[in-house]
Ligand binder design. Sequence first.
Ligand SMILES: [Zn+2]
Ligand SMILES: [Zn+2]
Length: 176
Amino acid sequence: MKKCPACTFDLTQTDYEGFRILQCGQCFGHLVPVQRFEAIKRLEGKSLDELKDEVDSSLHEDCASHVKCPRCYRRMDKQTVDLPLVDFQTDLCRTCQLVWLDGGELALVQLAYQIRNNFIDAQELKRRMNELEATPDRKAQFEQNLANLPKSQNPLVEALEEECHRLLESFGSRWH
Ligand SMILES: [Zn+2]
Ligand SMILES: [Zn+2]
C-alpha cells in the first residue's frame, strides 16, 4: 500500500467526483495522476459553498520541504500551479506523472476555477451595463426587454454577482 508523502499514513482509493484517486485518511491530501488533475480542476459538480467548506475543513499548511513520490520514492519537484486568483505549489513526480496535493488543495483549485468563471460573467455583465448607461436609447430598449423576461432571470444574475464579490472578498483576505 502506498504511503502518504506528507504524514506516512496509508493512502486509500477514493472516488472524487467520479475520478478514482488516492487520499490520505489522516491529512486528507490527494495523489492524482496529472491528466486526471487537469480534468478535476475544471469540474463544476460541487457548489461554491461545498468547495469552500471542504477547503476550510481540510486546508493544511503547504509542506515546504520536498516530499518523496509514494510510487517510485524519488524526490518530487515543486511546481507552481498558475491559478486564477491564487498561486500555490504542488509536488510533481515527472517520472510517474503524479501530483501530490496537500489537504484541501484540490478543492481550492476547483474553487479558484469556479470563482474565476463566475467573476468573468459578472465583469462582462457590468461592462454591458456601463455601455447601456452611456446610450439612453438602448438602455430604454434593454429595460423594456428585461421587463418581458420571466421573473427569475434578473435576480439570478444579481445573486451571481453578489456571490462573486462576497467570495472574492473572503478569498482575497485569506490567500493573497
Ligand atoms: Zn497524510
Ligand atoms: Zn514517482
